[in-house]
Design a binder for this molecule. Structure first.
Ligand SMILES: Nc1nc2c(c(=O)[nH]1)N[C@H]1C(S)=C(S)[C@@H](COP(=O)(O)OP(=O)(O)OC[C@H]3O[C@@H](n4cnc5c(N)ncnc54)[C@H](O)[C@@H]3O)O[C@H]1N2
Ligand code: MOO
Length: 392
């Protein structure tokens, strides 16, 4: 059995970035840019006023200026002013020919079609946005590897970009195995359990921006499972299976993966929950066999699957690791790393009740996983431990 750190390193080593795709910028939010973007024009393309006021020649600032015409944002015809003249102007409007400065309308007095400037701080070029003052033609606007935040999307739109090359998020298929599974909404028959793994996984994937998720239910039957796995491996970048990875007579995930030419990278990690975790690769496609207990599924998802998915899209791991103080002493047996469902507040991590891996009732309130080292048995109150913050 390998350690948690070894399992994480093996996954990181085997994952490769997906081929970049072109996306309209409206769809590129939260992706990583796969190309440098250069400005194709000066932005702004014209000299613009940044205030509502009056455009003038700075050298005329002490004269009584005759109002000659008006420029509004979107004015398409040019206007020019001569010595002793000013033009009414509004924010975003092109500057008239001859003008080099704008005075705010609050800083003038208006009398009979003429203005007197009352702004003793007026400077040459004040309230004028120069040509290319945001960015100049051919300048690098955003570099490859940048994260496309809402501001980045707006910036790119503002320089006229319509589509960008980005690393896509992978498409994911989920296979839930088990003949005991019954859909929420149906009446539970004898021996049945409500199927919940695909629900939590789909929600977690949607939170990561992955909406293309196929969910298929498979009976505990090798032939059926192999057929389904073969099918989803053709259609998706990542396959998640839940259940069927342990050592029972009806656990067929390992055998079905072998039959589908998935190379096993590891099976079983020194951890609780999720000890029987399976990870394999079919060519560049990762296959995760998540131990079926609902809590094991999510714990493994945050520890291994989510970082891998983000790595495929060249994104930083969204599951942040921080230190916190344990709010109470805790005892566990040595040999496995424990991931406790917990809450973290004001620097203190508190394990929740109901830690058993078949239970989600406490996970539903958790905001972190408290990582307790494999070889340590006793953890003291106020001892510093590592916690993984569950993305909100
Ligand atoms: N002899 C041993 N038995 C088990 C071991 C072991 O080392 N030796 N490991 C245990 C651990 S730890 C885990 S975790 C489970 C994992 O087993 P599987 O991955 O084969 O999972 P299943 O047996 O199929 O299911 C486990 C449990 O979870 C329920 N389940 C499954 N799928 C769903 C779903 N989609 N929604 C809700 N609940 C689900 C299932 O009914 C079982 O109760 O193995 C232990 N056994
Ligand atoms: O580790 Mo299993 O995931 O305890 O139930």
């Amino acid at each position: 059995m390998i350690t948690v750190a070894e399992a994480k390193a093996l996954i990181a080593k085997n994952i490769s970035t997906l081929t970049a795709i072109k996306l309209p910028i409206q769809k590129a939010h939260r992706h990583i840019l796969a190309e440098d973007i250069f400005a194709t024009a000066n932005i702004p393309a014209i000299r613009q006023s940044s205030m509502d006021g009056y455009a003038l020649r700075f050298e005329d600032k002490d004269l009584s200026l005759l109002i000659h015409g008006e420029m509004v944002a979107g004015s398409s015809s040019a206007l020019s002013i001569a010595e002793g003249e000013t033009a009414r102007i509004f924010t975003g409007a092109p500057l008239p020919e001859g003008a080099d400065t704008v005075v705010m309308q609050e800083k003038i007095s208006l009398n009979d079609g003429r203005i007197t400037i009352l702004d003793d701080r007026l400077q040459l070029g004040l309230n004028v946005r120069g040509i290319g003052s945001e960015i100049k033609t051919n300048a690098l606007a955003m570099h490859k590897g940048s994260f496309l935040s809402p501001a980045a999307i707006g910036f790119l739109a503002g320089i006229g970009t319509t589509e960008v090359s980005v690393y896509p998020m992978p498409s994911v298929s989920i296979i839930v195995t088990g003949k005991e599974l019954c859909s929420p909404g149906e009446v539970l028959g004898f021996g049945q359990v409500y199927e919940s793994n695909s629900y939590s996984l789909k929600a977690a994937l949607e939170q990561a921006g992955i909406y293309e998720v196929e969910v298929i239910s498979a009976d505990d039957d090798l032939e059926i499972l192999t057929g389904i796995l073969e099918h989803v491996l053709k259609n998706s970048d990542v396959v998640l299976l839940t259940g069927g990875v342990s050592v029972g007579d009806y656990d067929f995930v390992l055998e079905a993966s072998r039959l589908c030419r998935v190379d096993q990278i590891f099976h079983k990690v020194k951890q609780k929950p999720g000890k029987p975790l399976f990870f394999g690769m079919q060519s560049s496609k990762p296959v995760f066999g998540l131990p079926g207990n609902p809590s094991s599924v999510l714990s493994c998802f945050y520890n291994y699957v989510l970082p891998a998915i983000y790595q495929m899209a060249r994104k930083d791991n969204p599951v942040k690791e921080i230190n916190a103080k344990l709010s109470d002493a805790y005892h566990k047996s040595a040999g496995l790393t424990h991931f406790l469902k917990g809450t973290c507040k004001d620097g203190f991590a508190t394990p929740l009740s109901a830690q058993e891996s078949f239970r989600l009732s406490s996970f539903a309130y958790a905001n972190c996983l408290i990582c307790l080292d494999e070889n340590t048995e006793r953890f003291e109150k106020d001892e510093i431990v590592t916690i993984l913050l569950i993305p909100e």
